[in-house]
Design a protein around this ligand. Structure first.
Ligand SMILES: Cc1cc2nc3c(=O)[nH]c(=O)nc-3n(C[C@H](O)[C@H](O)[C@H](O)COP(=O)(O)O)c2cc1C
Length: 158
């Protein structure tokens, strides 16, 4: 059994920053989720389509993963908050790669810093696994030093 996989989705680079920071501190494999479609990067459509797709629990097909999550003992799942919850790419991941008996850590990036509802949703979806810890980061790319400290503290015991 392999040790640790950081599975993540990032639309605008914040979660990507978290992954790079974490992987620079601790040995882990990383797996980016690449959905077949995303909202536009700019304009009203970004929030309307993106937020709508999260609320509707859309599950776009994902590019096949390089790392098989079932082979790992522990997983970190990282994602941005969309419309108060996790984004479609994560919904697809949960559907396409059912997890069982894993130790799981959740990291969410958001504009507000409030990820509570998404953690509740994720914990509901991840029954049969042990959710060990959650970390909510507010726009880490804009607050790199403070975020790096929080990430370091969070992953030190993983
Ligand atoms: C479609 C969309 C919906 C969003 N909805 C929320 C939200 O409901 N609450 C919030 O705090 N931030 C929201 N945000 C902001 C992102 O969660 C935040 O910018 C996050 O750091 C982005 O992570 P990323 O760069 O890895 O994609 C939203 C962003 C997008 C693009």
């Amino acid at each position: 059994m392999k040790k640790l996989l950081f599975v993540y989705y990032s639309f605008e680079g914040n979660t990507q920053f978290v992954v790079e920071t974490a992987a620079g501190i601790k040995s882990m494999d990383t797996q980016r989720l690449l959905p077949e479609y995303e909202p536009p990067k700019k304009g009203l459509g970004k929030f309307l389509k993106g937020g709508g797709s999260a609320i509707k629990k859309e599950t776009p097909v994902l590019k096949k993963l390089v790392h098989d999550p079932s082979k790992y003992e522990k997983l970190i799942i990282g994602y941005p908050i969309w419309a108060g919850t996790y984004p479609p790419a994560v919904a697809s991941f949960l559907k396409e790669y059912p997890l069982n008996d894993k130790k799981i850590y959740l990291i969410a990036c958001s504009g507000s810093g409030n990820a509570k509802k998404s953690f509740k949703h994720m914990i509901e979806e991840l029954g049969g696994n042990e959710i060990i810890g959650t970390l909510s980061l507010k726009e880490p790319k804009k607050n790199k030093e403070a975020a790096a400290e929080q990430i370091k503290e969070f992953i030190k015991d993983i």
